[in-house]
Design a protein around this ligand. Structure first.
Ligand code: ZN
Length: 205
């Protein structure tokens, strides 16, 4: 299915809390290797109109979670490739909680803006435009989550061709599939098939 009809790609159970939802939304603009889930809407960052539709919705959700008005960010054609690279760097970062990630993303220091609002809450925004603005807001959320201890709960599905980002709300932070009924079952099925093959090979040899 190539048509991109919505402003959101797959949204698995387990939404990230607060502004961290922007990071989850960004990773989920595509799955790995165009994994063909029934509702898979394609890679939202390959089409400019779809990418901006997604961004408008994502910024509205992010701003609502943070109690601010959505920033006026728009993507141009030239933003799509670097934003896609940033997305995959974030996906790798979320996948590598247990090991050292080889991802290094350098963002200009001037991209992030901070202010103390009238309600006494410090909020972040961005002075950048295009993909750099999106990256600055998302990076700010990753930093906040790392400080709050919630970052280790934002994960990507372990099924190799999926990679969907989900928020693990389980008590012991032990989930590995974005959806155990799809990706968990597929992986377990493949493993049991492999075991049966091994047993059969043993029996014949
Ligand atoms: Zn999955």
């Amino acid at each position: 299915m190539k048509a991109v009809a919505t402003d959101q790609a797959l949204q698995p159970a387990g939404r990230a809390p607060g502004g961290l939802v922007l990071v989850q939304d960004l990773v989920n603009t595509a799955t790995l290797e165009k994994y063909a889930e029934r509702a898979y809407p394609g890679d939202l960052l390959t089409d400019l109109a779809a990418a901006n539709r997604w961004l408008d919705g994502a910024l509205a959700r992010w701003a609502a979670a943070n109690g601010q008005t959505p920033p006026a960010l728009h993507l141009s054609e030239a933003d799509l490739a670097p934003l896609t690279r940033f997305r995959e760097a974030v996906r790798a970062l979320a996948a590598g909680h247990d090991e050292q990630t080889q991802t290094a993303v350098q963002l200009g220091a001037a991209n992030l803006s901070l202010r103390i609002d009238g309600d006494g809450v410090v909020r972040h925004g961005t002075t950048a435009s295009g993909w750099r603005g999106v990256a600055a807001l998302a990076t700010g959320e990753i930093m906040l989550a790392q400080h709050a201890g919630t970052w280790s709960r934002l994960k990507t599905c372990r099924y190799p061709v999926c990679g969907v980002a989900f928020y693990d709300e389980s008590r012991n932070n032990s989930r590995v599939w974005h959806d155990v009924r799809t990706c968990g079952n597929r992986t377990n099925l493949a493993a049991s098939r492999e075991r049966r093959r091994a047993v059969a090979a043993d029996g014949s040899g």
